[in-house]
Design a protein around this ligand. Structure first.
Ligand code: OGA
Ligand code: NI
Length: 280
């Protein structure tokens, strides 16, 4: 089991309402354009892990949407809520405490190190990581099957795969139209399992428009990353997404990224290549 990595964003370290300085203001050509954002939920597919045609539903979501939300995932609500509370408590610590866990060395495995209840926190985080790992393995099996591959195909293709967890914190921001929590990007890894709190700020690009993904308690958001797009020979989509900031509320989100072992070679699955589907 890979250890979790707690990545702290620079935006967190420097950020309070007062310090919303010009560093964070995006050029006019690269702002969220809030008036253009679609009002309705982007109808990202909701998938119940208990449904009978799970494989078909997952396949369609990966192919058409690149994003889906999972409920009935079997991870107890207390594990989820405890993880969100610990993340919240962490960001309330004084900056000097938080800086103790800061590193810009991506190879370093970090653990949450704080001045209070360290053991409880370690347990809570470990329990969360183990549970999400279990969910990821179920998802990878379902995704393999949905591609018509052996259930364990993706798991095997990855070698000893890694799990990196980030804690993203966005402070309230007086001018949400001038900046982002996270600018538009695709995830470079295989799949990402995101836990977000109840502040709606995540948006997904669909048919050229940004749609909000409304938070639903006790639900994970899963998205296909670039490496899965390659492995599926371009059938499954790694789509652009971004997070905005909110005027009056802080937001915490906890993505867990799954990555192949550093020596694994990710290529289109051979069974997905034929004369009509050349390798990407
Ligand atoms: C990411 C990401 C979304 C969010 O960290 O790659 O897309 O809501 N996060 O934090
Ligand atoms: Ni992302």
């Amino acid at each position: 089991m890979a250890a979790a990595t707690t990545k702290l964003l620079l935006s967190d370290l420097a950020s309070t309402v007062e310090s919303f300085t010009s560093n964070y203001i995006r050029p006019i050509s690269d702002r969220p354009n809030l008036t253009e954002v679609q009002i309705s939920d982007g109808s990202i597919p909701h998938i119940d892990l208990h449904v009978l045609d799970l494989i078909k539903q997952i396949g369609q979501a990966c192919q058409h949407d690149g994003f889906f939300q999972v409920k009935n995932h079997g991870i107890p609500e207390t594990i989820i809520n405890n993880m969100l509370s610990i993340a919240g408590a962490f960001f309330k610590l004084p900056e000097s405490e938080r800086l103790k866990s800061y590193s810009d060395d991506p190879s370093k495995s970090k653990r949450l190190s704080t001045s209070f209840n360290v053991n409880t926190e370690k347990e809570v985080v470990a329990e969360y990581c183990t549970s999400v790992r279990g969910l990821e393995l179920k998802l990878l099996e379902a995704i393999s099957e949905s591609l018509g591959l052996q259930r364990d195909y993706i798991d095997k293709a990855l070698g000893k795969h890694g799990q990196h967890m980030a804690l993203n914190y966005c402070p309230p921001c007086p001018q949400p139209d001038l900046t982002y929590g996270l600018p538009g990007h695709t995830d470079p890894n295989l799949i990402t399992v995101l836990l977000q709190d109840d502040v709606p700020r995540l948006q997904v690009l669909r048919t050229g428009k940004w749609f909000p993904v409304s938070p639903i308690p006790n639900t994970f958001i899963v998205n296909i990353g670039d490496q899965m797009q390659v492995l599926s020979n371009d059938l499954y989509k790694s789509v652009l997404h971004r997070a905005l900031v909110n005027c009056d509320k802080e937001r915490i989100s906890i993505p867990t990224f799954y990555c192949p072992s550093p020596d694994a070679v990710i290529a289109p699955a051979k069974d997905l290549i034929d004369e009509r589907h050349l390798a990407v």
